[in-house]
Design a protein around this ligand. Structure first.
Ligand code: PMV
Length: 331
């Protein structure tokens, strides 16, 4: 596609990170960034990326939390060239994350989701939300899911020329849950997901089993969500999380994202669930533990996790909406 004549000089969009309950790990096509497996996620509401895209006269410019980010900048503008052509207008992209970046809190998901929505409006691309989800997925596989709110299902392409399909399974209000995030380290992760997925596919002896069993996990989680069955969702989500980490840990070189506080939180969540508290954990490519809770149990879970040695702080969030425009107009 080539760039259309812009009619607005600045657009601000907001997107929230999402966390997968049925995890995505592994690519079918590195070039198009297409996944080897589907995934099911929840979109959060209390954490956000806010991105303003404005027409720029002096070349492309990107800043994140008021700092220039040259490495991310090359990836971001190369991504925009792909969709809008190298003759697109030059852009100033200003992004703010109100949560730690690149620490397993899905900052690239909210980042790419906010970006595609803002740029589409600025360059009046007029793409539908499912198409914007496909675009965002080229930037970061999980970003495709942040275009939608509540519970989101991403299906992998079915044919060689196909793309992903992203749909909302259930709105946030129809199955209310809360997420308590235990931050156990604020450092940026050492192995990024693209590199990690490539080495897992090449070297993890568990990768073929991961692929073989994945569709059944998708069906089980979708069924649990349709029936609002928290206990079943807890079991399948923890299974998918631990299976992904088993694949990562058996990769050469191994990816061990957990620290001692991560493990202590996992045990605490299991003890809480055994005593009747509605909670389960999920963990991504980082050391933070996301405890997914029935809303009436979230305060007890937050108190318990906050008391664990090594937990630096706690974030709490409900489920939220998909990416959307906040404002648009002259710069
Ligand atoms: O979207 P990426 O390339 O950052 O990969 C995300 C991978 C996990 O967060 C570990 C799992 C998931 O499905 O979000």
């Amino acid at each position: 596609m080539t760039a259309s004549e812009p009619t607005k000089s600045a657009v601000t969009a907001i997107a929230h990170p999402n966390i997968a309950l049925v995890k995505y790990w592994g690519k079918a096509d590195g070039e198009r960034n297409l996944p080897d497996v589907g995934s099911i996620s929840i979109t959060l509401d209390a954490l956000a990326t806010r991105t303003t895209v404005a027409l720029a006269e002096s070349g492309d410019h990107f800043s994140l939390n008021e700092s220039p980010e040259p490495a991310m900048s090359a990836r971001l503008f190369g991504f925009l060239d792909h969709f809008y052509g190298a003759d697109r207008p030059t852009l100033a992209v200003t992004s703010f994350n109100d949560f730690p970046t690149a620490a397993g809190l899905a900052s690239s998901a909210s980042g790419f989701a906010a970006l595609v929505v803002a740029v589409d409006a600025l360059l009046h691309g007029g793409h539908s939300t499912p198409t914007l989800a496909q675009q965002a997925g080229r930037g970061s596989g999980s970003a495709a899911r942040s275009l939608f709110g509540g519970f989101v299902r991403l299906d992998k392409p079915t044919g060689i020329d196909d793309d992903i399909t992203v749909t909302e399974l259930c709105a946030a209000a129809d199955f209310p849950l809360e997420v308590v995030v235990a931050i156990t380290s604020e450092q940026r992760k050492t192995v990024g997901s693209t590199e990690g997925m490539r080495t897992s596919k090449q070297t993890s002896p568990f990768y073929p089993a991961w692929i073989e069993t994945h569709e059944a996990d998708m069906a089980a989680a979708a069924g649990a969500i349709a029936q609002r069955d928290f206990e079943r969702l807890a079991n399948i989500s923890e299974h998918s999380c631990l299976k992904m980490h088993a694949v990562m840990q058996a990769t050469r070189p191994a990816m061990l994202y957990w620290n001692s506080a991560t493990v202590a939180c996992m045990h605490a969540v299991h003890a809480l669930r055994a005593s009747g508290t509605g909670v389960f954990f999920t963990i991504d490519a980082g050391p933070q533990v996301k405890a997914v809770c029935l809303p009436e149990h979230a305060s007890a879970v937050a108190d318990e996790l906050a008391s664990i040695n090594g937990v630096q702080r706690i974030l709490r969030t409900g489920l939220g909406k998909g990416a959307r425009i906040l404002s648009q107009g002259p710069n």
